[in-house]
Design a protein around this ligand. Structure first.
Ligand code: NDP
Ligand code: X2W
Length: 312
């Protein structure tokens, strides 16, 4: 029998992207609710109970509601793309390349929390530094990022694209999260293995999808005053043996004049770079990914395949 998959929120930005990725799959039995009924709780509950895996592509409160609709059910497995469960110890964190054992944890889990798009980049850069012993846990980490506007879902897409909307945003690029309380900070701190709360400054550009996440570092404040090669070596060792996260060689990144946030659009991969001047005492660690790819829908499909035993 084919596994039954239900995407709760299938008509939203993340849900649609997952549906596109699964459109040609004849190994899955897709359960679906017509768009007009997408908020019908009785239908959602029925689908949630029938599914082998439910992928929640909903705002946090609605995702919590879906999980509570499964009270008393011990069989449906859940992948939640919202922020609701990312620091919940009972849920596996769905970043498969984060640690050597993470794929197995995801594969065996009943509940998987898909990472946020920004934390995928930031944790992808920070955690290997922590685990290699190069970054002290109390280092004052800052994360600066720019995202395409689909990161804000249907509401922000309308604000950016519809000039007649009352809440239209005309800016070509804007900063937000100005109180430094963005919802991604807790998962960034926990899965980045940081004792000190990281300072996170996100922004949005007038492009639909793609993102750049930056973690600038003073090498003299790191353990053992590492070189750029040491940082690169730690990333390369951490991501050896897989093909989703690519660590760009220093010889290659040293020749680049600029970084394009849309470079990996419509892929489910992530690229990591180490920038700086050897001997200059500073480094900028940079991640590029598609917020809708490895940052959301691509990771959800990867996690689903791991849970179904269809991915190595
Ligand atoms: N966009 C991105 O890049 C990323 C998004 N995510 C996360 O994915 C989740 C979905 O986000 P996104 O797809 O961007 O959001 P969208 O707003 O584009 O889509 C959300 C969907 O959920 C539906 N919905 C809202 N409330 C309910 C409810 N109570 N019951 C049933 N359906 C409901 C919406 O319907 P309606 O049209 O009626 O509002 C809409 O179809 C969020 O938690 C988001 O944080 C994670 C990583 C990246
Ligand atoms: C541009 C933009 O608005 N981005 C979203 C984050 C997108 C994402 O990762 O979603 P989660 O809500 O699942 O964490 C934000 O800052 O809230």
């Amino acid at each position: 029998m084919k596994p039954k998959i239900f995407i709760d929120g299938e008509h939203g930005t993340t849900g649609l992207q997952i549906r596109q990725r699964l459109a040609d799959r004849d190994d899955l039995d897709m359960l679906s609710i017509p768009e007009a009924e997408r908020r019908n709780p009785a239908l959602r509950q029925e689908m949630l109970h029938t599914a082998d895996i439910a992928i929640l592509c909903l705002p946090d409160d609605a995702a919590r509601e879906s999980v509570s609709m499964l009270d008393g059910n011990n069989s449906t497995r859940v992948i939640d793309t919202s922020t609701a469960n990312r620091v919940n110890p009972d849920w596996a964190y769905g970043f498969a390349e984060m640690d050597a054992g993470q794929k197995t944890k995801i594969a065996e889990a009943r509940f998987v929390a898909n990472p946020g798009c920004y934390p995928t980049g930031a944790i992808g850069l920070i955690r290997p530094m922590r685990q290699a012993g190069l970054l002290p846990a109390d280092y004052p980490v800052t994360v600066n990022a720019v995202s395409g506007y689909t990161g804000g879902g249907k509401q922000m897409i309308a604000q950016m694209e519809n000039e007649d909307a009352a809440d239209h945003i005309a800016a070509p690029h804007f900063l937000y999260g100005l109180t430094l309380g963005h919802k991604h900070v807790p998962e960034l701190q926990m899965h980045g293995l940081l004792d000190r709360r990281p300072l996170f400054s996100p922004s949005v550009g007038r492009f639909a999808q793609g993102m750049i996440v930056q973690v600038p570092l003073h090498l003299s404040d790191m353990t053992g005053q590492p070189t750029l090669s040491d940082l690169h070596g730690a990333l390369a060792a951490h991501y050896a043996g897989q093909d989703i996260v690519e660590v760009v060689p220093l010889e290659k990144s040293g020749k680049l004049a600029r970084i394009d946030p849309t470079e990996l659009n419509d892929t489910d991969r992530m690229k990591l770079f180490v920038f700086g001047t050897e001997g200059g005492g500073q480094a900028n660690l940079v991640a590029v990914l598609d917020n809708l790819g490895k940052g959301a829908s691509g990771a959800a499909v990867q996690n689903m395949d791991l849970m179904l035993g269809k991915a190595a």
